[in-house]
Design a protein around this ligand. Structure first.
Ligand SMILES: Cc1ncc(COP(=O)(O)O)c(C=O)c1O
Length: 382
């Protein structure tokens, strides 16, 4: 195997998906359409992992592909910024009015790191508090290869815990540049927690960054910011915005975004036609098909079914986590979670065990019921 660690996307590693000892599970794929994945082993799978949440319209959506083909025919990339950049920025401003100005990048991790850089430049402070997963870059991680000095200017706040959050923010005091939050971590945020995060950052002159990489274009077009009326200073988008094409966005208040110019945030392929066109087509298609209403309703069917299974197997340490559009079963016993995921795959279902599953426009009641039936049978036997 010439790829270190078997694959470049850690979350697609077979041991993470199916456990270290699983046999007869798909390790690579050759093709995907709708919610169906074709393994390199020649078998077909019903999928709920949906490119780790990068796809909300289904794999290979025809309207998005059409726009992408046209973008390829226009030359893909050139020496000047494409017109599409400003046009998409304007569309985003209409959807999320707080995104007065934006910058495009390629990955969620890059865009959240850019938000943190901008917040540090704007406040002239170093300390950052995070809540959730914000990508693999140094600023929010620890471990070998990450300098102690970088780790020393990052801390965390507890999700949905107003008292602990208030304490952590006040303890950071006037060293705090920003708080970066994921709005959904195993559950929806409470209004009280969101209010504490907003008020406490404001009182210290620190900024609030909302990381909507998983939630925007999924729980609502404008994500949690729209759904729960959060008023952040900066917003980060990614994943579903371009239905599988690589695009991420950092944006927010114009006076804050101005500070991007004091720093060097630039990437060769941040401005190419393909992903910008994919995003514009994705947004149009979500609106045309009313996709997010569909996600909410098939998602609710999945979530209700998972909740029932969790109730049935509560004594065996099985729990349901998430919200309708992004949910999973959590297990007290790691070995059992691996056995269930591997056995589901053997029966033709790809269902993530350690992180969210996502419904898409391509899922219907029948695909949800089929997944729940398989999960029920497998839980009974593993
Ligand atoms: C909330 C959140 N932020 C940031 C990221 C990082 O995005 P990417 O993997 O595109 O770098 C992820 C990825 O899962 C995420 O879920």
């Amino acid at each position: 195997m010439s790829i270190a660690g078997e694959t470049s996307t850690g979350s697609k590693r077979p041991d993470l998906l199916f456990g270290p000892d699983a046999s007869d599970v798909p390790r690579q794929m050759v093709r995907a359409h709708g919610c169906i994945v074709h393994g390199a082993n020649g078998r077909e799978y019903l999928d709920f992992i949906m490119g780790l949440g990068a796809v909300a319209l289904g794999y290979g959506n025809a309207a998005v592909n059409l726009a992408v083909h046209a973008a390829v025919d226009r030359g893909t990339v050139g020496p000047l910024p494409p017109e599409d950049e400003a046009e998409l920025a304007e569309e985003l401003r209409v959807i999320i009015p707080r995104m007065e100005q934006v910058r495009f990048l390629k990955t969620g991790a890059e865009a959240v790191a850019a938000a943190v850089r901008i917040a540090r430049a704007a406040t002239k402070r170093d300390l950052v508090l995070g809540c959730g997963y914000h990508g693999w870059l140094d600023w929010c991680n620890s471990g070998p290869g990450i300098p102690q000095s970088t780790q020393s200017v990052f801390g965390t706040i507890p999700f949905n815990d107003p008292v602990g959050t208030r304490q952590a923010i006040r303890a950071a005091g006037d060293r705090l540049a920003c708080v970066v939050i994921e709005p959904v971590i195993d559950a929806a945020p409470t209004a009280e927690w969101l209010a504490v995060v907003r008020v406490e950052t404001q009182q210290l002159g620190a900024l609030l960054v909302i990381d909507e990489v998983k939630t925007a274009f999924r729980i609502a077009l404008g994500g949690a910011t729209e759904l729960w009326r959060v008023e952040p200073d900066l917003i980060v988008l990614g994943k579903a915005i371009a239905n599988g094409y690589p695009l991420a966005v950092v944006g927010g208040r114009a006076d804050v975004m101005q500070h991007v110019q004091q720093s060097w945030i630039s990437s060769t392929l941040a401005t190419e036609f393909v992903s910008l066109a994919a995003a514009r087509a994705t947004i149009a298609e979500i609106k045309r098909t009313n996709a997010l209403t569909h996600l909410a309703s098939v998602g609710a069917r999945l979530f209700t079914g998972l909740t029932r299974l969790a109730e049935q197997y509560a004594m065996a340490g099985v729990h349901c986590a998430g919200i309708s559009q992004m949910c999973y079963l959590r297990y007290d016993d790691e070995a059992r979670s691996a056995r269930v995921a591997a056995e589901c795959a053997r029966r033709g279902l790809l269902f993530k065990r350690t992180a969210y599953n996502f419904v898409s426009l391509a899922h219907d009641e029948q695909s949800v019921d089929s997944a729940l039936k398989t999960l029920g049978e497998v839980l009974a036997s593993c």
